[in-house]
Design a protein around this ligand. Structure first.
Ligand SMILES: [Zn+2]
Length: 247
């Protein structure tokens, strides 16, 4: 079948293709920055990035890289199986810091996170939607929890942090800048408590040691003797920290 891709220039689309009897879906994206075609894999999605200028046949590029694409496709299937199905509706529940909390929509001033419930204000949901308000409530909660944990650990290292930012990054869970500003991914709140502790300790030790050398990990271990358990959890379960399965 002859297909013309020229008409689709600058529009992103996806290609469904059979590779060794497996139907594989690949997103195609045009980029002004790309100088040559490139295949990327991230968070369960395979993407083919094409330069804006030039004429390329996506199917040929995919077929030329069949082995790589199939390996990533299998990885993507495993990732997607682990992503939790979340219901963004009144009465549903969501696990945060290892505890199931029920979503309750009611007339109230502002959103709040309690021990076993997340209370969402009806008038705020009316302005946006439940999912957005839940994200806001969880981000705020994450900020409070992280500040509490930072205070608990910071006196144990030689250094102090400046600002704390709660962000939404695809692949990073935390970082410490050269100016000692700390960044944390709010979606950590969707994981167990010990993983949050580990991330806080990891970034706080960076106030003292900027690299990931042996001394760094020794200091992390002093503050969190079982940090390996948390680090492994994060590596194996990062799909569980996806907020919306329709990513
Ligand atoms: Zn680090």
């Amino acid at each position: 079948m002859v297909q013309s891709y020229e008409v689709l220039t600058l529009l992103n689309f996806s290609v469904e293709i059979y590779l060794r009897d497996q139907q594989v879906s690949i997103e195609v994206e045009y980029s002004g920055k790309a100088s040559k075609p490139g295949l990327r894999y991230r968070k369960g999605v395979i993407k083919l990035v094409l330069p804006e200028k030039g004429c390329f046949n996506p199917e040929k590029i995919i077929l030329d890289n069949e082995d790589w694409v199939l390996d990533r496709w299998n990885e993507a299937q495993k990732f997607r199986e682990k992503v939790p199905e979340r219901k963004f509706e009144d009465g549903a529940s969501i696990e945060t810091m290892g505890t199931e909390r029920k979503l309750v929509v009611e007339k109230r001033q502002s959103n709040a996170v309690e021990d076993d419930r997340i209370l969402l204000a009806q008038h705020l949901i009316d302005q946006t939607c439940l999912k957005d308000q839940l994200e806001k409530a969880l981000r705020n909660h994450c900020r409070e929890v992280i500040h509490r944990k930072l205070e608990a650990y910071v006196s144990r290292v030689d250094g102090d942090y400046e600002k704390v930012f709660i962000r939404d990054q695809d692949t990073r869970w935390g970082s410490c800048s050269s100016k000692n500003n700390l960044n944390f991914n709010w979606r950590l709140i969707l994981g167990p408590d010990h993983v949050l502790d580990y991330l806080v300790v990891h970034e706080i030790v960076h106030l003292e040691i900027k690299n990931h050398g042996q001394t760094f990990w020794e200091r992390v271990e002093e503050l969190r003797p079982d940090y390996r358990k948390s680090r492994d959890w994060l590596k194996q379960n990062n799909a569980k920290l996806v907020f919306d399965s329709n990513f």
